[in-house]
Ligand binder design. Structure first.
Ligand code: GDP
Ligand code: MG
Length: 204
């Protein structure tokens, strides 16, 4: 599969699922993107799919508490799932609880989910809220790959430190993929490699 071709071909928003009853039929392989609010998830999905505004890059963190599904290819080869962001400071407990139920149920019950890509801002590293979802994925046996975002924001030496720390961290997590990706949506760094990593996950 030529990843550049696939990601410049048709990619269409399918639906939003604010609850499990709204999930699409599990007819295609799914690849999910997760990360704390403001990690750069919308920007990265837009860079990956080579279009602006597919995933809304919003400045109001935590507004979307939904799973968003996109068909890649027509007919679809697989689906991208934009998972709701987490870890925003002022979320009411009821919102956090709703997020946990939705994400946990999706992770545990979704046979077609092949891999999640868990985004980590290089300036923040892995935090408690990230460990929370890593644990959920470990327990659900959902394979996940760590993707560093906003790599343009730090010096190369700083980036190396963050990578080393993350690689040490994931060694403790059974479902974590041993390799990580480094990206900058802003400078389009690591995007082709991420496309390859997505297709590799699809064909696993
Ligand atoms: N410097 C830099 N800023 C980025 C990058 N990706 C996203 N941002 C910025 O980070 C903020 C949050 O991005 P967004 O994609 O909306 O994050 P989301 O909440 O995870 O969907 C926005 O102000 C983006 O412009 C990147 O690769 N480099
Ligand atoms: Mg977003």
């Amino acid at each position: 599969m030529d990843s550049r071709k696939i990601f410049s071909g048709p990619i269409d928003f399918l639906k939003s699922a604010p609850g499990l009853e709204f999930l699409p039929e599990p007819d295609f392989t799914e690849i999910a993107f997760a990360g704390r609010s403001n990690v750069g998830k919308s920007s990265l999905i837009n860079a990956l799919t080579n279009r602006n505004g597919l995933a809304r890059a919003s400045n109001t963190p935590g507004r979307t508490q939904e799973l968003n599904f996109f068909d890649v290819g027509n007919p679809p080869l697989f689906r991208i799932v934009d998972m709701p962001g987490y870890g925003f400071a002022k979320a009411p407990p009821a919102t956090v609880k709703k997020w946990r139920y939705l994400v946990n149920d999706y992770l545990r019950g979704r046979q077609v989910l092949k891999r999640a890509f868990l985004l980590i801002d290089c300036r923040r590293g892995v935090g408690e809220v990230d460990r929370d979802i890593m644990k959920m994925m470990d327990e659900a046996a959902v394979s996940y790959r760590i993707v560093i975002t906003k790599a343009d924001k730090v010096k190369a030496s700083e980036l190396e430190k963050v990578k080393t720390a993350i690689i040490a961290e994931i060694a403790k997590h059974p479902a974590a993929f041993p390799e990580i990706s480094v990206t900058s949506a802003e400078k389009k760094g690591g995007i082709d490699e991420l496309r390859d990593a997505v297709l590799e996950a699809v064909s696993t």
